[in-house]
Design a protein around this ligand. Sequence first.
Ligand SMILES: C[S@@+](CC[C@H](N)C(=O)[O-])C[C@H]1O[C@@H](n2cnc3c(N)ncnc32)[C@H](O)[C@@H]1O
Length: 173
Amino acid sequence: MPVTYTKVEKITDVAAVKEAYKPTHPGLFEVVYSEGDYNSKLVACKSYAKGEIICKVEGTTPGPKRYTSVQVAKDGHIELNSDLVFMNHSCNPTVSLDTDSMAVVAVVDLKEGDNLTFFYPSSEWEMDQPFTCWCGADKCVKSIQGAKFLSSEVMSRYFTTSHIQQLISERDA
Ligand SMILES: C[S@@+](CC[C@H](N)C(=O)[O-])C[C@H]1O[C@@H](n2cnc3c(N)ncnc32)[C@H](O)[C@@H]1O
């Protein structure tokens, strides 16, 4: 895994990006690059059974809250420094990003080519770059801003990290 990993923000030439970026987890998952802003995605390169660890989250560095960062504690954020940064959000996610065990885990059975997505508010309390969700899930929560803006009933449908559980308890006390 490269020591410094710079995520491409706006993609104008997919072929050039594919040429320049070596996959960080070959055989496990890969980025499907698409032109434009934030249109790329991460897909499985093989099948995974529900509950299986897809990878451990390694090579991270602490940093400020950004649209690429992941919250790991009440006041702590990391950069993933790998292709995992291309995991999109879904309100019907296929994986969990467990910042307590630092692992990406399948939450459904997955086959090759399936999207790897997680529920961003599972780890994020108040996001740097909120967005309107295009996942299309039946129970899509639409406005993705972080767990702070969702009821405990909505959050109870999802895997949640320990810092988010704690922040919800404090908010609802
Ligand atoms: C860390 S990037 C994920 C990879 C991103 N798709 C890309 O190509 O750069 C996070 C950004 O992707 C976009 N994104 C991810 N999941 C989304 C979703 N379900 N609906 C709308 N935008 C999403 C948002 O712009 C978000 O700030």
